[in-house]
Design a protein around this ligand. Structure first.
Ligand code: NAI
Ligand code: MG
Length: 492
C-alpha cells in the first residue's frame, strides 16, 4: 500500500477523491506587454533601452517585459526623489501627507482581487494566500502608517522627529507587494521620499502599485519604482545622495550591502534570512500544533524568512506528532496557484527550485531520513512536494542553512533546557514558535530564545502594529509598528 493509500485507509477515506478545479478568473487582471521605469511620476523608458522578461513560474510562460534600470536611471530617480523631498513632500503639512497614504490604502482594497491574481501569476504563490494574506496586509500597513503621519511627536514624546530625506529600498520575491508596503508606508508617513526596487522575478505588483500611486496623484518624484536585478540594487545602495537603505533579502546580499555602507553616513535596516525553530512539548494541543507547523513551513511554499523550518518535538509525543504531520501533509494540494483549493503553489523560480533540490540531496546524503508526500504535481512549471527530514542532527546542513522551500527538518528533545539550547544553535535569529499548554513554560522558553519574533500556540501571524526583525545574521533594525518609524527619522 502506498503511503497515501495507507494514510487514507487509516483516516477512513473510502475513495481517493480529489476536488474539482476551482480556478480564480484572471480576466480582470490587466498586465501590459511591457513596463517602463516609474520615475518622477511617469513611466519612462530605461536609459539603455533594455528590458527583461518576467514569467509565470507555474507554467513558465512570459507575462510581460520590464525595464532594466541602470546607474543612470537610478541617478535620475534619486534626483527626482530629492527634488520632491525638498520642494513638496517635506513642506506639506503632515496631515495632508497622511491623506495620500490613506488614499493608496483604500485604492489597494478596491483593487484587491486584481493585485492578488497578478501576485499569484508573477510569483507562484497560492491565490488563497495572496488574496487572504498579502493584499489585505499590504493595505493594512498603508492604513496603519497613514495614521502615524501627523502624530509623530506623540510616538516619540519630548523629541522633534524629522525625516531623513531620500530612502532607497530593495525588496525580495517572496512577498512582493507586502514588502513594498512594509517599506513605502513608514517611509512616506515619516516624510521621506523613495526609490524602490522590486525583485527581478516578481516586479509586476510593484509596477501596478506605481500605476495606482500615479492615479492617487501623489506628487511626482515622491515614490519612484525601478526594476532590475542586483546591479540596479547596488546602484541604489551606493548612490551618494541617498540617506537611508532598507533591504529585505538574503543574508549574503545583506552582508555585501552592510560592507558597502560601512564608510557612509547612510542609515540602514536589513531584514535577512532565518532558520526558525518550532518547539512542541508533549502537553501541547497536538492537532492544533500540527496545523501550526504545516502553516509555518508550507505556507507560501516555504518562501518565508520566518518559516518554521526546524521542528523540535519532545520525545514522549514524537510518534504521534510525526504520524499526524504525515497524515496532514498527505492532504495538501500542490498545483495551480490560481486554483482556490491549492495549498502550495509554484516555487518562485527555476533557480530556487534547483537550490531546494540540491538541499534535498544534501539532506539525504548527510543521512537524514527523507519523506515526501505522494501528491501529483503539474509537469510544467516549478513545483516541489512538501518534504520532511526525520532523525536530523544539529550538524546537518539542512538544519543549519536556510533552504527557503517546503522542507522541514525534524529533531527531538527531552527537557526544556535541551530544546532551548538546540533552538538557539543557529547563526540566525528571526523567529520561533512554542507549543505548550503551560503559560509558565511559554514565558520560560520565549525569554531564552534568541529570536526577534516568537509565536506561542500559533505561527506566522502578522500585524502592522507589531515590530519585526532579527537577531544575529537575521538582520539589523526593526520594521513594523511604532519601532518601524524610527529608522526613517532623526530625533532631535
Ligand atoms: P537576493 O538577496 O539576491 O535578492 C533580494 C533583492 O536584492 C532583489 O531585489 C535583488 O535584485 C537584490 N540584490 C541582489 N544583489 C544585490 C546587491 N549586490 N546589491 C543590492 N541589491 C541586490 O536573494 P535571491 O538571490 O533572490 O535568493 C537567494 C536566497 O536568499 C533564497 O534562496 C533565500 O534563502 C534567501 N532569501 C531570503 C529572503 C528573506 O526575506 N529573508 C528573501 C529572498 C531570498
Ligand atoms: Mg515572475
Amino acid at each position: 500500500m502506498t503511503v497515501k493509500a495507507e494514510a487514507r485507509a487509516r483516516l477512513n477515506f473510502s475513495t481517493d477523491w480529489t476536488y474539482a478545479p476551482a480556478p480564480e478568473s484572471a480576466s480582470h487582471a490587466q498586465i501590459k506587454p511591457r513596463y517602463d521605469l516609474f520615475i518622477n511620476g511617469k513611466f519612462v523608458a530605461p536609459a539603455k533601452g533594455e528590458y527583461f522578461d518576467t514569467i509565470n513560474p507555474s507554467n513558465e510562460k512570459k507575462l510581460a517585459e520590464v525595464g532594466q534600470g541602470t546607474g543612470e536611471d537610478v541617478d535620475k530617480a534619486v534626483r527626482a526623489a530629492r527634488s520632491a523631498y525638498d520642494k513638496v513632500w517635506s513642506k506639506m503639512p503632515a496631515k495632508e501627507r497622511g491623506k495620500y497614504i490613506y488614499r493608496i490604502a483604500r485604492m489597494l482594497q478596491e483593487r484587491a482581487r486584481e493585485f492578488a491574481v497578478i501576485e499569484s501569476m508573477d510569483g507562484g504563490k497560492a491565490i488563497r494566500e495572496s488574496r487572504d494574506v498579502d493584499v489585505p496586509l499590504a493595505a493594512a500597513h498603508f492604513f496603519y502608517y497613514a495614521g502615524w503621519a501627523d502624530k509623530l511627536e506623540y510616538a516619540f514624546p519630548g523629541k522633534q522627529p524629522t525625516a531623513l530625506g531620500v530612502a532607497g529600498q530593495i525588496i525580495p520575491w517572496n512577498f512582493p507587494l507586502l514588502m513594498a508596503a512594509w517599506k513605502l508606508a513608514p517611509a512616506l508617513a515619516t516624510g521621506n521620499t523613495v526609490v524602490l526596487k522590486p525583485a527581478e522575478t516578481t516586479p509586476l505588483t510593484a509596477l501596478k502599485l506605481a500605476e495606482l500611486i500615479q492615479e492617487a496623484e501623489l506628487p511626482p518624484g515622491v515614490v519612484n519604482i525601478l526594476t532590475g536585478a542586483g546591479e540596479t540594487g547596488a546602484a541604489i545602495v551606493n548612490h551618494p545622495d541617498i540617506d537611508k537603505i532598507a533591504f529585505t533579502g538574503s543574508t549574503e546580499v545583506g552582508k555585501i550591502i552592510q560592507k558597502s555602507l560601512a564608510s557612509s553616513r547612510k542609515k540602514f535596516t536589513l531584514e535577512l534570512g532565518g532558520k526558525a525553530a518550532n518547539i512542541i512539548f508533549d502537553d501541547a494541543p497536538i492537532d492544533q500544533a500540527v496545523e501550526g507547523i504545516i502553516n509555518g513551513i508550507f505556507f507560501n511554499q516555504g518562501h518565508v524568512c520566518c518559516a518554521g523550518s526546524r521542528l523540535f518535538v519532545q520525545e514522549s509525543c514524537y510518534d504521534e506528532v510525526v504520524r499526524k504531520l504525515k497524515d496532514r501533509m498527505e492532504t495538501l494540494i500542490v498545483g495551480d496557484p490560481l486554483d482556490k483549493n491549492t495549498d502550495i503553489g509554484a516555487i518562485n523560480s527555476k533557480m530556487q527550485l534547483e537550490k531546494i533540490h540540491e538541499y534535498l540531496k544534501i539532506g539525504a546524503d548527510d543521512g537524514a531520513e527523507q519523506w515526501c508526500t505522494s501528491c501529483n504535481v503539474p509537469e510544467k512549471g516549478y513545483f516541489c512536494r512538501p518534504t520532511l527530514f526525520l532523525n536530523c542532527s544539529q550538524s546537518h546542513r539542512i538544519v543549519q542553512e536556510e533552504i527557503f522551500g517546503p522542507v522541514l527538518a525534524v529533531q527531538t528533545f527531552r527537557t526544556v533546557e535541551e530544546a532551548i539550547e538546540k533552538a538557539n544553535n543557529t547563526p540566525y535569529g528571526l523567529s520561533g514558535g512554542v507549543w505548550t499548554d503551560k503559560g509558565s513554560k511559554i514565558f520560560k522558553v520565549t525569554s531564552k530564545l534568541r529570536a526577534g519574533v516568537i509565536w506561542a500556540n500559533t505561527y506566522n501571524k502578522f500585524d502592522p502594529t507589531s515590530p519585526f526583525g532579527g537577531y544575529k545574521e537575521s538582520g539589523v533594525g526593526r520594521e513594523g509598528g511604532l519601532h518601524g518609524l524610527l529608522p526613517y527619522l532623526n530625533l532631535n
